[in-house]
Design a binder for this molecule. Structure first.
Ligand code: HAM
Length: 478
């Protein structure tokens, strides 16, 4: 569908061309997929003129709802979480992949499924300048699979195991633990349908969450069977749901036709009550799917990873088959899923690659951070030394000393505004440094400094020359 420019007037009164946005051009999508993509939500306002709207001088530009800053007080906690997940992923043999933040809309529509909440309502979709429809990634699996296919990774020895950390974007109603820009750590394990791979990814998620000492976690698990199993099960489910129709919410009425399995994990209490005795997919599994599931459960028992069977767990992304799982915590309120994933054996093929089975999960880092904040003492980045340089010569030597210490890898700071020793010590205290290096004109002329322990107030005189290596040995003893 090719968009046509129309003429509009800018705020300055000039005539200019703007693109109509009533439909999207989805390049690279075959006609059959096209129809499922053209109804994607259209941004209400898109015009370069929007940028020209006069902004009152006194107005400050605010951040976007559901898009949060992670402030310096929080970044030490984030870094610790990221370092922990990265360390665990590497110890399980996963390699880091960095995939783009935006991709062709068709990638997400085709992989996540056009009848899912994410694709129907939550994607940030916008036209590129040539009209191609692009979307900010709502999750990382689709991009990783696209990259796997595009770089012909299946030609290299399998299995291949990737992990990623980065921002994702979904237009959801913001609340605690639910954001429009959020961060995921995810892993994707390509190349084997062995149930031990499912056990491995679940165990990795469980172990790293336990390492972070997150409280009251529950692993819920289900099998979605094969696509044939689901096709055979759907008529039973539909017939049950049609008897309960009057009790179901409006969304579920729609889902009954488009995606009946999703009715099972609707959070509306009346829907939950109405589907309490719904037929279970696990009672309709083929022998192979049943065996796969049993082996996954046995593996979890062998590793001592506790689980709860949840026949309602169907997940909101269409690419899953067989194992699906979610780790929840009672400490998170309504948005209680910390991480979730499952097997997606058909996705590589669906996206145009060879038939390569895969399994993975993603962890919501905002949710981990929320829980971690409640259960651990605050972390902060510490600067070890403060250079209190004052006086004409002292300041000159101080500038060089700062550079030498930092080059030696010693964290050091200084407030260039402070001109007196008192002001420097106040700043060193505020910055929570452990030592101050006092360097006035007298010290500069003597070629020495005074090292002051800011807690005990003990002082010692040290030579200025070679100070960086003396402090380096003390800071990082061999
Ligand atoms: P997902 O269940 O959509 O799965 O998301 C995984 C996790 O991301 C959730 O459990 C939650 O912690 C976090 N999350 C999702 N939406 C938000 C949000 N709006 N705000 C904050 N956190 C959020 C996937 O994304 C799949 N790609 C997982 C996967 C990887 N399956 C196989 N491989």
């Amino acid at each position: 569908m090719v968009r046509r420019p129309r003429t509009i007037r800018s705020h300055a009164g000039r005539r200019k061309k703007a693109w109509r946005l009533s439909r999207y051009d989805i390049r690279g999508v075959q006609e059959s997929q096209h129809s499922s993509c053209v109804d994607l939500p259209v941004p209400r306002r898109y015009s370069p003129d929007f940028l020209l709207l006069p902004l009152n001088n006194m107005d400050s530009i605010k951040g976007i709802k559901g898009v949060k800053d992670i402030l310096p007080e929080e970044t030490p906690r984030w870094r610790l979480i990221e370092d922990t997940v990265r360390r665990w992923a590497l110890s399980y043999g996963y390699q880091e992949i960095r995939i783009p933040i935006f991709e062709l809309t068709a990638l997400f529509a085709r992989s996540i499924g056009s009848a899912t909440d994410i694709v129907e309502k939550e994607m940030y979709t916008f036209p590129d300048r040539d009209g191609t429809s692009l979307t900010l990634r709502p999750e990382g699996t689709a991009g990783t699979v696209r990259s796997f296919i595009e770089h012909n990774r299946a030609a290299d020895p399998l299995p291949q195991k990737y992990f990623y950390i980065g921002p994702m974007f979904r237009h959801e109603r913001p609340q605690a633990g639910r954001l429009r820009q959020f961060h995921q750590f995810g892993v994707e394990f390509f190349g084997t349908s062995d149930p031990r791979a499912d056990v491995e990814v679940i165990a990795l998620l469980w172990r790293l969450l336990s390492d972070l000492a997150l409280p009251d976690l529950t692993l819920e698990i289900n099998s979605l069977g094969s696509s044939d199993d689901r096709a055979a099960y759907k008529p039973f489910l539909r017939s049950f749901l049609s008897q309960q129709q009057a009790l179901l919410c409006e969304n579920c009425h729609r889902r009954m036709d488009t995606n009946p399995l999703r009715v099972l994990d609707c959070k509306v209490p009346s829907c939950r009550a109405a589907t309490e005795s719904a037929p279970r997919l696990t009672d309709h599994l083929s022998t192979e799917a049943r065996q796969h599931f049993d082996q996954v459960l046995c593996g979890l028992v062998a590793l001592g990873v506790p689980y709860q069977l949840n026949p309602r767990l169907v997940r909101g992304l269409d690419y899953y088959c067989l194992t699906s799982f979610e780790i929840t915590s009672t400490h998170l309120g309504a948005q209680n899923a910390v991480g979730a994933g499952g097997r997606y054996d058909g996705l590589v093929k669906t996206l145009g690659g060879p038939s390569v089975p895969a399994v993975g999960f993603a962890l919501g880092l905002e949710r981990v951070s929320l829980m971690f904040q409640k259960t651990s003492s605050p972390l902060r980045d510490e600067c070890l030394y403060y250079v209190a340089a004052f006086g004409e010569e002292g300041k000159k030597c101080g500038l060089v000393l700062l550079d030498e210490l930092r080059r030696a890898g010693i964290s050091t700071q200084c407030d260039y505004r402070a001109t007196t020793l008192k002001a420097h010590l106040r700043q060193a205290d505020r910055a929570k440094c452990r030592y101050a290096i006092l360097l006035g004109d007298d010290e500069a002329s003597l070629g020495s400094v005074i090292l002051r322990n800011l807690e005990s107030k003990a002082q010692e005189v040290l030579p200025l020359e070679g100070l960086a290596s003396i402090l380096k040995t003390r800071t990082f003893p061999a």
